[in-house]
Ligand binder design. Sequence first.
Ligand SMILES: [Ca+2]
Ligand SMILES: [Ca+2]
Ligand SMILES: [Ca+2]
Ligand SMILES: [Ca+2]
Length: 501
Amino acid sequence: MQKIISLVLMCALLGAKALGNGVELKNGAVNEHTVSFDISWDNSWNFLSQGASADGIWVFVKAKNQNGVWQHISILGVPTQQSGNEPLEFELPQDYLGFFVMRQQGSGVVSTSRISFEIDASLESFTEIRAFAIEMVKVPQGAFYLGDGSSVSSYTSSNGQPLLITSEEQIDGLTITNPNGEFAPSLVPSVVSSSYPKGYNPFWVMKYEVSQKQYVDFLNTLTATQQQNRISSSITAQRGTRALINQYVPDSTYRNGVVIDVPSTNGVPALFACNGNGNAAYNETDDAMDRAVNFLSWVDLAAFLDWAALRPITEFEFEKVCRGSNITPVAGEMAWGTPFVVDADNVQSSGTPLETVTNSATETAGLANIGNVVATGNWGLRGPLRTGFAAGSQTTRLEAGAAYYGVMELSGNVWELTVKAGSGGEQFSATLGDGELSASGDANQSTWPSSDGKGIIYRGGGWGSTLGEVGSYRDMAISDRFYSHLNPSTRRNTSGGRGGR
Ligand SMILES: [Ca+2]
Ligand SMILES: [Ca+2]
Ligand SMILES: [Ca+2]
Ligand SMILES: [Ca+2]
């Protein structure tokens, strides 16, 4: 007799399709070894055949054993499409830890399409299966400039000009210009090896920063011990306790609504939820599920990425995604390609899938959640916004605050934790996460930077960042490395990030 097993579908941006790009999974089913569900998302594109970018959905599967422990599940073969107006393409990587779904050549809405795939698991031993979806962008192969020639501690070639990266080959003679005069910048290695990902070859990057809902979904598949190391409160704290904020400053939530729903007892994992509006009911429409998650240290982000079978991105890749291929750098430019910014500060529809701001970009200034009114004594919005808060089907790059390849919030919102070409980070060789964490809930992949945060650098600024003149501190500038001396090992209210593959 066939065993009935539930398939639970997890994805961010549920209901955001009217305005955002929200991927939606529905009508999940498991039949023997076959998993099926309906998938749809807006604002899709695929111009890979013209040497440009595409977006796609990274799908991966976890299953819960009889003993309550979750494990990552391998995909057995290329998925197939049963229905839908838009023909889909699939990319199944060699590690079989998930797959990408893409539209074929063109752009527009991917309306409801049913897909199915085989998984490598004996369903008899599981009590529940969950499928997860993360929106990503495929960045094409191509040369690009590293550095803008003026930002603090920004990279240059030996002649002081932005460095044109034309391959993944070893780099000798990398140096920096305009070194930070307040804090000694971290040392640049004499050689950056051919295995350090430079952004020349194609790679996938998350379209958005990790959201509060995504972090909750992650926590809810960990053991109690693993959970305890991925939050700042006790897993046994009472229902409603904010799980990620600084527990010594309990009134300072900084727009983070991740809470304990059911406390851990007797070693049973806690259940986490989103409660952005702070009332007694959780996971409501206005509970900020799609808002970027802050208070992540490097160790937290690394654990999320290992769990999702992704990897961190390097600071070289960060600049490629922002600037685009063969685009001449602009001094002090931010993710949308100009050195000017409008602060996204006046929130509308707070906490909902339509959370946005009333502020608008100008002809030259992009929209981003930053803190440049701090100097006037007005802190403005103290925390992150919804991922993709300014993006719509018709928005320009400045209006959406978008990077060259359509990736969102690379300047502002939360700081991005990227792998530095230095302090040991140059040893990173694009090793992918394998879906499993150590017993303590830490990432455990070879070549990933160590837990002390050395080998990691903050990039792109956050909601609290202020803006100096071009050539002085300028957090949101895509080549700015003002904080290269820091080791991002602490849970700052401004830090989070994303990964790639
Ligand atoms: Ca609530
Ligand atoms: Ca602000
Ligand atoms: Ca950001
Ligand atoms: Ca691992």
